[in-house]
Design a protein around this ligand. Structure first.
Ligand SMILES: O=C(O)CCC(=O)C(=O)O
Ligand SMILES: [Fe+2]
Length: 209
């Protein structure tokens, strides 16, 4: 970024800044799962949204579901450890999270996944991030949300109560920990309300998908 562009963004209070995640609040979900939350962690979230929306090589995917090939209702991008990330704030956030959770997690956050929900029709169905170790071991998945708020729902695996609802957007951080990926499920339901686009930025340790 050029010095003058940086200067003009700074004047608007739009610089993307990621500090240590101070003030995270933990909620114990039961069955060995918990979530940590920090609203507004990433400052300049609108600027980050705009940069990612424009520069990330978003991919549309198609998947086999119930014997039919259907469009995945969101756009995707994935970055492994060695890949250059599309914005410096993502490396900063990953480092801050790795530092904060070093003792509890015992390994760093490595992979970065991005989802672009273009409008309220885009969604992700109930699931746990169970590709890899998340199916049988405790782990953490951290999500930073930029753009329009969308609800993240959480429920015990297989359905039932309680269903927790967390509106996420504007630089909010949520971390799903403990058994959350195998004992609980999460989803971003479609929204009938007019909603603008949202980008979800997920940080995962190696071997968690
Ligand atoms: O949009 C989100 O924040 C959730 C995305 C998600 O659950 C996933 O990609 O595994
Ligand atoms: Fe997920």
């Amino acid at each position: 970024m050029s010095g003058s562009l940086q200067g003009s963004l700074f004047d608007q209070g739009d610089v993307v800044r990621v500090g240590p995640p101070r003030g995270l609040r933990r909620t114990v979900l039961g069955r060995g799962a918990w979530i940590d939350e920090l609203p507004g962690w990433v400052a300049g979230a609108d600027t980050l949204f705009a940069a990612l929306a424009e520069t990330v090589p978003w991919r549309a995917e198609r998947r086999l579901m119930y014997e039919r090939v259907v469009d995945v209702p969101r756009l995707l991008a994935h970055y492994r450890a060695a890949d250059a990330l599309p914005h410096p704030a993502l490396a900063e956030a990953r480092d801050r999270l790795s530092e904060h959770y070093a003792a509890e997690l015992g390994e760093p956050f490595v992979g970065v996944g991005l989802c672009l929900y273009r409008d309220g029709r885009d969604s992700v169905a109930w699931h746990g991030d169970r590709d890899g170790r998340g199916a049988h071991a405790d782990t953490m998945v951290a999500i930073v949300s930029v753009g329009a708020p969308r609800d993240l729902l959480l429920r015990p695996r297989g359905g039932g109560e309680p269903v927790l609802r967390r509106p996420l957007g504007h630089g909010d951080l949520i971390v799903m920990g403990g058994s959350c990926q195998r004992a609980w499920e999460h989803a971003i339901p479609k929204s009938a309300k007019a909603t603008g686009p949202r980008i979800s930025i997920q940080f995962r340790p190696h071997g968690i998908g």
